[in-house]
Design a protein around this ligand. Structure first.
Ligand code: TXA
Ligand code: MG
Length: 317
């Protein structure tokens, strides 16, 4: 289930040649290339079909110096890094000279994170550089959480996909900008409450009009099925109505909910961390099973529930 030493070496050799590889991380699988090379990073955008002004996250090995990737390390970044790296936290800082301006979308800032995954860690250590990596899906689609997802999404465009098993967190990192006052740009694998506790101050919320992070586009993370959000006690009724109208309906519900015949039951969990882990898997399942409509409700927006709710809203948009 996990990449061999030899496969990791081959992947590092490919990265040195400027190629793009599929890389497991604890959040989702990434599409990685040398973050200091305009040419290598340009290949990521082409494969993903991503607009050039949507910047990428630079992944670094644990203990690697943030400089020269960033211009300066504010005390807030040092504190967050010491407590939460390796882990599903990305910080946005002023960019240093080393990072490709293609990776930053020609902005003066750069997003960096240290992933918490043994295969990603081994690749970064051997590569001895930074890896720019967006999630390994085509633009706007559901992020992959297994090597098989990456292969089915990108096929021959990415010959090397390292297997690291299913991603443990299951959705993307939390992004915090530390360029000015600490601001939450995207909820993700580290609850905002944890970051606020480390900082000893509340995070500002990104303005709704702020398009600085494309993960914040209203429509994103979308399966082919229409995702419909209703109140928890309406999920089953709504599915029955859809099924009676002749649509192939699925519900995403907890373990104890009884689902009427003729409706596909996709199961999630009561615990938010477990919900996060299976969310993208279930969105893909809905498509694989040919669901035309997927009905679910939002979890309570505390802790990881905030990231789950965020992704469901964008999938439904
Ligand atoms: O968990 C993750 O973060 C995964 C894994 C592979 O590490 N990566 C990921 O990358 O989600 P991507 O490209 O799908 O999302 C990157 C997000 C985008 O919303 C982008 O706008 C934001 O990071 N971002 C990157 N550079 C930025 C910058 N300089 N300023 C603000 N946002 C930035
Ligand atoms: Mg993405």
């Amino acid at each position: 289930m996990s990449a061999t030493d030899h496969e990791i070496d081959e992947a590092v050799t490919a990265l040195r040649r400027g190629e793009v590889i599929g890389l497991p991380t604890e959040t989702v699988y990434g599409l990685a290339a040398d973050a200091s090379s305009d040419e290598a990073v340009g290949r990521i955008y082409r494969i993903k079909g991503r607009p050039a002004d949507h910047p990428l996250i630079v992944h670094l090995a644990q203990g690697a110096s943030l400089e020269p990737w960033v211009a300066e390390v504010p005390a807030t970044a040092a504190r967050l890094g010491a407590r939460l790296w390796p882990g599903p936290l990305t910080v946005v800082l002023r960019a240093g000279p080393h990072v490709s301006s293609v990776a930053t979308g020609r902005r003066p800032t750069v997003a960096v994170r240290v992933p918490d995954h043994p295969v990603a860690a081994a690749v970064l250590e051997r590569f001895q550089g930074g890896l720019a990596a967006p999630s390994a899906n085509r633009f706007g689609r559901v992020s992959p959480t297994t090597a098989a997802d990456v292969r089915s999404e990108l096929g021959d465009d990415v010959p090397i996909v390292l297997d690291g098993g299913p991603s443990d967190v299951g959705l993307e990192s939390t992004i915090v900008s530390l360029v000015a006052e600490p601001t939450l740009l995207r909820p993700g694998g580290v609850p905002a409450e944890v970051i606020e506790e480390v900082l000893g101050a509340p995070l500002a919320a990104a303005a709704p009009t702020d398009r600085s992070a494309p993960g914040t586009l209203p429509s994103h993370y979308s399966p082919s099925a229409d995702v419909v959000l209703v109140a928890p006690d309406q999920v089953v009724d709504r599915a029955r109505v859809e099924a009676q109208a002749g649509r192939r309906a699925a519900v995403l519900v907890g373990p104890d909910v009884r689902v009427p015949r003729g409706v596909l039951a996709l199961r999630t969990h009561d615990d938010p961390a477990d919900q996060a882990r299976v969310l993208y898997r279930r969105l893909r399942d809905a498509d694989d099973l040919g669901a035309e409509v997927l009905i679910t409700s939002l979890p309570e927006e505390v802790g990881l529930g905030r990231a789950v709710a965020d992704r469901l809203r964008r999938a439904a948009h």
